[in-house]
Design a protein around this ligand. Structure first.
Ligand code: NAG
Ligand code: NAG
Ligand code: NAG
Ligand code: CA
Length: 476
């Protein structure tokens, strides 16, 4: 089974390009001792919400990592939480998993299909200890869907998609666990502080150990509801839009947690052999109209504002830093990239590429030239989604964030000259538009229908002592 195979119906030039992209990834030689991996995923952090894109933002710790690391400027994710997290942990496009649609709700009786081996399980087989902190959002109606059954040795955080940051409740239930047990001691403490504390503790526990670790730190900030301890607001002018000020305060709190992780790595002597990756899971919601500026669109859409993520890699193992990396990278790439880094010599066949060599060495180009922003089929609307091929992006049927009077249709953009998706080239380059549409149509038979069963009241916390809990669905 090959997911990257080219399609015979396209022009020969395109075909040649695609063959290039189909060369199997090879694992690079692992470091003398496998490095520790810290993967930090921010929630709903927008393009314009970090200090390296907007000097109003106070994020000095992350800025420091960017200033001494590799800033990712062409790093793409899915438009929403559950799809991005599914892609990260499987190396597969969400449309292969039925997860290309809406994020999972806490009453939804399903989860990330259990027959896929997730990244932590593979790292575990390579000798890593594996830790997950923060937001899961890949299903919990049965224990089989939860982090400790999917390859993580430890879990500290919440199962759902969002909740209040101090009370750890959403709707009528509490959602916060340490391993498998509800942890009521978290009640009243800001989640990002708790997650920072736990990350520091895990790092300290590894001091002096020969065993490498993988820490997946899925921070709650800056997802709504907008809540942050007052101290972080002091960094921003009082006359700023109130929501904007809260959101930026949440960025600064997130930044502090990142800084504490780095300090703990340095204090324990683990820093020199650690790779830190940072990414947002999707673009900002854009309620205040500026979080992804100047990109078009917001979270939930395939426009750049929803999918072009802020991110960086920082590690003493990287060469010729600082630098800005403009090679194409997709969230499915981390699976094979991190496995290669961990010393895996037989990388699985999935939608991702091993990007490690291109991240380490500026003379190595990204192996990726194309990716699907999303792909889906709706019986009434037909094909939906977007495809990237080198400079070009082809969009089908997007309904969100349209200009006044604009209808969902077909768009073609040369992002190299038009990164904000203003000039539709469909009429100017119809052959290219058609070839890209063909590539999407060819892939359409591989789209697994959305796995979106109706909510099940059996999952309601009123049946489970007021806590969102597993145990109320069947696993197919
Ligand atoms: C959390 O603490 C508040 C204030 O003490 C209390 O009212 C609430 O019931 C607690 N929540 C849970 C789930 O224990
Ligand atoms: C989303 O982004 C656009 C910019 O493309 C902005 O004008 C709009 O207000 C945003 N929409 C929402 C729903 O926040
Ligand atoms: C996209 O625009 C850039 C900048 O003008 C140009 O160099 C490039 O050739 C264009 N891409 C294609 C494939 O036409
Ligand atoms: Ca998100």
């Amino acid at each position: 089974m090959s997911f990257k195979g080219p399609c015979p119906a396209v022009a020969p030039a395109l075909l040649a390009l695609l063959w290039l992209s189909a060369v199997p990834a090879s694992a690079s030689a692992a470091a003398d001792s496998a490095p520790n991996i810290v993967f930090i995923l921010a929630d709903d952090l927008g393009w314009n919400d970090v200090s390296w894109h907007n000097d109003q933002v106070v994020s000095p710790n992350m800025q420091q990592l960017v200033d001494t690391g590799v800033q990712l400027e062409q790093s793409y994710v899915q438009p929403l939480c559950t799809p991005s997290r599914s892609a990260f942990l499987t190396g597969l496009y969400p449309f292969r998993l039925g997860r290309q649609g809406r994020p999972l709700g806490s009453h939804t009786p399903t989860g990330l299909a259990v027959h896929h081996t997730l990244l932590p399980e593979r790292l575990s087989r390579l000798g890593y200890s594996t830790h997950m902190i923060g937001k899961w959002h890949l299903g919990f109606c049965d224990w089989a869907y939860t982090p400790l059954e999917r390859g993580f040795d430890t879990f500290y955080g919440y199962y759902g998609g969002f909740e209040f940051h101090f009370s750890h409740t959403v709707s009528n239930g509490y959602d916060f666990r340490d391993q498998r047990e509800p942890d009521f001691t978290a009640n009243g403490t800001y989640a990002t502080h708790l997650f920072g504390d736990r990350a520091v503790r895990i790092i300290e526990e590894h001091q002096g150990s020969d065993q490498p670790f993988f820490l997946y730190l899925a921070l709650q900030n800056v997802h709504k509801p907008l809540e942050v301890p007052d101290e972080y607001l002091a960094h921003y002018p009082e006359d700023l839009d109130e929501d904007r000020r809260l959101l930026l305060g949440m960025v600064t709190a997130l930044d502090e947690a990142v800084g504490r992780v780095v300090q703990a790595l340095k204090d324990t002597g683990l820093y020199d052999n650690t790779v830190i990756v940072f990414s947002s899971d999707n673009g900002g919601v854009g309620m205040n109209g500026e979080s992804n500026r100047p990109l078009r669109g917001n979270k939930s859409s395939v426009w750049e504002g929803g999918t072009r993520a802020v991110g960086f890699v920082h590690s003493p193992l990287l060469q010729e830093t600082p630098r800005v990396h403009s090679g194409l990278l997709h969230i499915t790439d981390w699976y094979n990239t991190l496995l290669a880094l961990a010393g895996e010599s037989f990388l699985p066949d999935n939608d991702g590429f091993n990007q490690w060599d291109s991240l380490v060495d500026p003379s190595v180009e990204s192996p990726r030239i194309m990716f699907f922003y999303n792909l889906d089929y709706d019986p009434e609307k037909g094909m939906l989604g977007a495809l990237r091929l080198n400079d070009y992006k082809f969009v089908v049927g997007e309904e969100r964030d349209l200009d006044p009077g604009e209808e969902p249709g077909l768009w073609l953009f040369n992002l190299t000259v038009d990164p904000n998706e203003i000039i539709n080239m469909v009429e100017v380059q119809p052959a290219l538009a058609m070839a890209m549409e063909m590539l999407m149509l060819e892939e359409l038979p591989n789209v697994v229908p959305r796995d979106e069963p109706d909510n099940d009241p059996a999952g309601d916390p009123s049946n489970w002592g007021g806590v969102w809990s597993p145990g109320w669905c069947d696993v197919p």
